[in-house]
Structures are given as structure tokens and as C-alpha cells.
Write a new protein. Structure first.
Length: 430
């Protein structure tokens, strides 16, 4: 249930219950990003502004408000992630960001992770969809239409790790040796081991699975697959699966059918009866909830992408899987992403690739990731007409084989475009 935020101006997006209230001129905070980020941002803004103007004939527009993170923030303020940036996102609730470089140095962690934690953006939403014309290693890439829900706040990304030989590692090893000697004995080389803690909670697991199922039902998808490594990590990854199944049956009842129900029926009445029950559930439009070991999911996504619909998984698994899935449809350059708290409504939409410092200022990077992330933002706001214009323009541009350098190198009979020229091609084809 989305909590209500009091509005302090006519330009603030508000939420009440499960509805979003968007003014005709909402303020949208944005971060340009590092490296090629400024080039990408200029292209994305140009495309978005053109689509909104065309779709609503001047009746709606974005008021863009720049906030700082990364190198630009450090140069201006001495902080890699100023508190003002976090507070601005909290105030306006929905924003857009380019790629950020994590500064090199001991104790300095990812700025992207820091933003997600500060705003409790527990869902990393990564749609993976093929656009004809994009280079793909698959024979039938048009079969790929996968939406990944990655838990964004727990797992090894909690940052609880201790360097080999550090006093902290020594204290933890001593504690384990005294209190849990059977666990200490499993550490093959304790004196030369760095240590990490992997927290996965019932609360954190339930809210990401809830978000995935709710999204799948509202978007008329067929299956949600819980991706895990519970065969090895019984209580963390295995707990994620167990809690996910339990939540699906408790909170979504007659709208879903779980493979855990299939197992219970098979044990009681036989597999034939269980299969009949499953087919009935499919025929009546119920959402099927199943699970899959993560290494099998990688293989399945490549060989049988039609089996992969909506996926929900833990943080580290999602990190690996999202990038691998993106490779099936052209790579990270065309992969959109969003970080969302479906309880508060707060969301930041972002380019998911790196900063490509070698392309900084050269007007050569592929802006598709940031543009498609803006499309996700438009749909989140309910501005679907503008989102449709951008997607249609992008599809036609790729089909015409007018592409930036990363795609140009992998395609035949293509025409090389700069970042800005590619954006203009999209606008011309809206």
C-alpha cells in the first residue's frame, strides 16, 4: 500500500493509497552522471521533451532539476553524494539518473548502492525486451520479453565484510571458534580468509516477491519464477524461496497457483491429478508461481526464453542475471532500469551500464539505456502516450540500422550515428 506524501507545491508528484497523482508540470530531479553521462543525458532529455510536447501539445511538460552525485558533485561540494541530493529525491519522489562511477578508495562503496539504501528503493526493475534491428547472439531474439525483479537492499550488498587479517576478521573468527566451532571448522583457511555476512530477511524477501506478483497480475503476465540458490544456501536463498511461496499463497490466494501446491497435490493424489490442476489454473488465467535454481535460470534464458516471464531474485543473483539477460537483446547499452519502493512510491530510473570514460565528451555513446529508462519513468507516471512515441521512434530507428558505434561494430549495412544524431533520428520517427 503506497503511503501518502503531503505535497508542498503544485509541482510535486503525490501518492495516495495505490494511486499516483502527477501534476501537469512535475519537477523531476536528474543526475547527469559521470564519463559519457552528460552526452547521454542531453540526448535523453531531447527525446523525452520532444515526445511529451508531441503527445500533449504543450499541455504537459517536465521541469528538470539538476542534482549532483559522483565526480561533478565532488568537484562542486567536496562530497560524492551530497545530502541535498538525497533530500531532493525524497521531496520530489521520482527522478532520472545517468551512470555514476564509484570512486576508487578504501571504504568508499558504490554510489548507486548508497542511493538505493538511503531511499530504501528495494526493487531493482530490469525489463529485457528485444527491439528488431539490435544485434543479438540468439537465433530468435524476438522470444525474449523478460522482466526481472531484483531485491536491492540485502544480501552481500549490505556491505558487511572484513578484510583478511583485520582486527574485525580476527574478532569474528574468534567468536565463531568459541560459539559455533562447527561453523568455524568449515572455514578452510581461517588465517588467510576475508569474511562476509549475507543477510536475507523474511521481510525483505516478502516485499520484493509481493511487488513482482502484484506487477505481474496488473500487467497480465503468465508466470513469476523465484530464482534462488537454495540447494546450497538453505536458510538464506532457500528462505527466499520458501517465504516467497508462502506469501504468494497467503496474500494472492485465488489469483495464483504455486508449484508448491502442485507438489502437495502430487504427493496426495498423484502427478496426473496435479497436472490436471495446473492446466486448469492456466486455463482460468491464474498466475503460475514457480522456482528455479539460479544456474539453471541462466541456461534456460538462453535456450528457452519463452519460459522466462517475470523473474524475482536476491540481490547478487539479480546483479549477475540482469546483465546476462541484457546480452541476449543487444547488451547493457539498450537495457533500462528502475529502482523503486512500491510502498512509498519513490523511484529513480537509471542507465544501467558503466560510465565509459573513454567516450566522455565524444558524442559517441549509445543513449538507449537512459532513453528507455525514461520510457519506464513515463509509464510509471501514467504518461503512456509519450512513452509509446519514444518506443515507436526507437524501434523504427533501430530497424533502419541507424545506430551508434557499439551497435555499428556488430551489424552489417548499418549507418553510424553520433549520440545526438541518434536521438534526432528517434524524434524524426515519432
Amino acid at each position: 500500500m503506497i503511503k501518502q506524501h503531503p505535497a508542498d507545491s503544485d509541482q510535486v508528484i503525490r501518492f495516495s493509497k495505490d494511486k499516483i497523482h502527477v501534476p501537469v508540470q512535475p519537477v523531476i530531479p536528474y543526475i547527469e552522471g559521470d564519463g559519457c553521462g552528460p552526452d547521454l543525458w542531453q540526448a535523453a532529455r531531447q527525446v523525452v521533451d520532444a515526445a511529451v510536447a508531441l503527445a500533449y501539445q504543450g499541455g504537459r511538460t517536465f521541469i528538470w532539476k539538476e542534482v549532483y552525485a559522483g565526480q561533478k558533485a565532488f568537484d562542486l561540494t567536496g562530497s560524492w553524494l551530497p545530502e541535498e541530493t538525497i533530500q531532493t529525491f525524497r521531496k520530489y519522489h521520482v527522478g532520472l539518473k545517468g551512470p555514476l562511477n564509484t570512486p576508487v578508495g578504501e571504504g568508499i562503496r558504490s554510489l548507486n548502492v548508497a542511493l538505493r539504501k538511503e531511499l530504501d528503493l528495494f526493487t531493482c526493475l530490469r525489463p529485457v525486451k528485444y527491439y528488431p534491428g539490435a544485434p543479438s547472439p540468439l537465433r530468435e531474439p524476438e522470444q525474449v520479453d523478460i522482466v526481472l525483479f531484483r531485491e536491492n537492499t540485502e544480501d552481500v550488498y549490505a556491505g558487511m565484510e572484513f578484510d583478511c587479517g583485520s582486527p574485525e576478521a580476527g574478532k569474528l573468527l574468534t567468536f565463531l571458534n568459541i560459539t559455533f566451532p562447527e561453523i568455524h571448522a568449515k572455514i578452510r583457511f581461517p588465517d588467510s580468509s576475508a569474511l562476509g555476512i549475507k543477510p536475507i530477511s523474511r521481510d525483505g524477501s516478502e516485499r520484493i516477491v509481493r511487488a513482482a506478483i502484484d506487477w505481474a497480475l496488473h500487467n497480465h503476465r503468465k508466470t513469476v519464477t523465484i530464482i534462488h540458490k537454495g540447494n546450497i544456501m538453505k536458510f538464506t536463498e532457500g528462505g527466499f524461496m520458501k517465504w516467497g511461496y508462502a506469501l504468494a499463497e497467503k496474500e494472492f490466494g485465488g489469483s495464483v497457483y504455486t508449484m508448491r501446491q502442485w507438489n502437495r497435490t502430487a504427493l496426495k493424489s498423484g502427478e496426473e491429478t496435479a497436472n490436471q490442476e495446473l492446466e486448469k489454473a492456466k486455463h482460468t488465467g491464474k498466475l503460475i508461481i514457480k522456482d528455479m535454481i539460479v544456474d539453471a535460470a541462466f541456461e534456460r534464458a538462453i535456450t528457452h526464453p519463452l519460459d522466462m516471464d517475470v523473474l524475482v531474485t536476491t540481490n547478487l543473483n539479480g546483479d549477475y542475471l540482469s546483465d546476462a539477460l541484457a546480452a541476449l537483446v543487444g547488451g547493457l547499452g539498450i537495457a533500462p532500469g528502475a529502482n523503486i519502493n512500491f510502498n512509498t512510491g519513490d523511484a529513480i530510473f537509471e542507465a544501467v551500464h558503466g560510465t565509459a570514460p573513454g567516450l566522455a565528451g565524444k558524442n559517441a555513446a549509445n543513449p538507449c539505456s537512459l532513453i528507455l529508462s525514461a520510457v519506464l519513468m513515463l509509464r510509471y507516471l501514467g504518461w503512456n502516450e509519450a512513452a509509446d512515441l519514444i518506443e515507436n521512434g526507437l524501434q523504427k530507428t533501430l530497424a533502419s540500422r541507424n545506430v551508434t558505434a557499439d551497435f555499428f561494430e556488430r551489424m552489417e549495412n548499418a549507418t553510424l550515428q553520433s549520440t545526438s544524431d541518434f536521438a534526432n533520428q528517434i524524434i524524426q520517427r515519432m
